[in-house]
Design a protein around this ligand. Structure first.
Ligand code: ZN
Length: 356
């Protein structure tokens, strides 16, 4: 582990990211960091009648522009219960909630397996109805995640006896890739400082409508790091990095969001200061932030899976399969017959999951 000492708190990143981290932490500095609180606190929020929406720029107007809903700065379905804003009108909130249902389907089973701290832990059903997962609370055992298969011939569970691993494969529910991207962009634009909002004027319009989806395409990428299922960030948190030298051929801001066992990163598009760089041959360079952890996470992050998701399409994506490996030491006896297994219970302890 390497101390990311260019950042003002004690964050660490694994050795394997040494090179890319050096590049990123030279070119960018942390401008803002927001972590979700674990209790309700609406202090400091503007009165509903004096609110202005940062996304559509409209002021409160009785029964026309309203701010009645709790507008979550970061998605509630990623575990943010209490961080709400006073700058998102109900109409924009409704638009963004549609993006979030795509995000939920993109995330798949992970929220259930991680028992995300939402209003209600979601029950998961795969698109082909062959797998269901549910998080339950048992007085003696604590949090149990029940995964069941409903197919005649087992296509869900695979048991690798040599590696002592269980692999679960399921079909995600359909989602629109660009909407998944926009759900992350919405979170990023929510924490941009007021003084930079003017630079992102077009980004807000792009976010709210689909008028520009076809004309501007190509940058809707999410860089993700997935940690083992046994790892979980305590609270969702977002970090906004700003480039240190305005003349660098880089996007001004990089947003990194951590929740569950995942980190999602995007570059912020359409900053008007970046426009001159758009026409440089080869385009604007992209640097990603290394995955950052607190010191005590070290043991949990031995394997990190990096992925670059191309989410530029507005075509609904169906039948996408995903596999994940269950942690824990499974022991299979002599007479073990995987085809007879129809369910697996995971018992969630403090920082540990056991397979039964
Ligand atoms: Zn609005």
């Amino acid at each position: 582990m390497i101390r990311a000492d260019k950042i003002n708190r004690n964050y660490f990143y694994p050795d394997q990211f040494r090179e890319s981290a050096a590049d990123f932490l030279t070119a960018y500095k942390l401008e803002k960091e927001i972590s979700c609180p674990d209790s309700k606190n609406k202090e400091g929020l503007k009165d509903k009648r004096s609110r202005v929406c940062r996304f559509c720029h409209r002021k409160y107007q009785h029964s026309i522009v309203t701010f009645s809903n709790d507008a979550h700065v970061f998605s509630e379905l990623l575990g943010n219960r209490y961080l709400v804003s006073d700058f998102e009108c109900d109409e924009c909130n409704f638009i963004f909630s549609k993006y979030e249902s795509d995000l939920a389907n993109f995330l798949g089973i992970v929220r259930t397996v991680q028992s995300v701290k939402a209003k209600k832990i979601p029950k998961f059903k795969s698109a082909d109805k062959k797998l269901e997962a549910e998080s339950t609370q048992d007085d003696n055992e604590g949090n149990i995640i029940k995964i069941r298969r409903f197919d005649g011939l087992n296509t869900v569970f695979q048991f690798d006896e040599k590696k002592q691993e269980t692999i679960i494969t399921y079909e995600k529910n359909p989602f629109t890739p660009l909407n998944v991207y926009k759900s992350i962009l919405k979170m990023a634009l929510s924490i941009v400082d007021d003084r930079h909002l003017e630079d992102y004027k077009f980004a807000f319009e792009y976010l709210r409508t689909n008028n520009h989806d076809d004309k501007y395409s190509g940058f809707a990428l999410i860089n993700s790091y997935s940690m083992p299922l046994t790892f979980q960030y305590e609270q969702p948190a977002g970090m906004l990095f700003r480039k240190t030298n305005n003349n660098d051929n880089l996007f001004t801001h990089v947003f990194s969001f951590s929740a569950l066992n995942q980190i999602f990163q995007i570059v912020l598009p359409f900053n008007r200061q970046d426009v001159p760089h758009y026409t440089v041959p080869g385009g604007v360079n992209v640097l990603w932030c290394p995955p950052l952890f607190d010191e005590d996470n070290e043991a949990a992050i031995r394997s990190i899976h990096c992925n670059l998701h191309n989410l530029n399409s507005t075509e609904r994506l169906r039948h996408q399969k995903e596999s994940f490996v269950l942690p824990g030491q499974a022991t299979y006896g002599e007479s073990f017959d995987g085809s007879k297994i129809i369910g697996i219970d995971l018992i969630r302890e403090e920082d540990n999951e056991c397979e039964e």
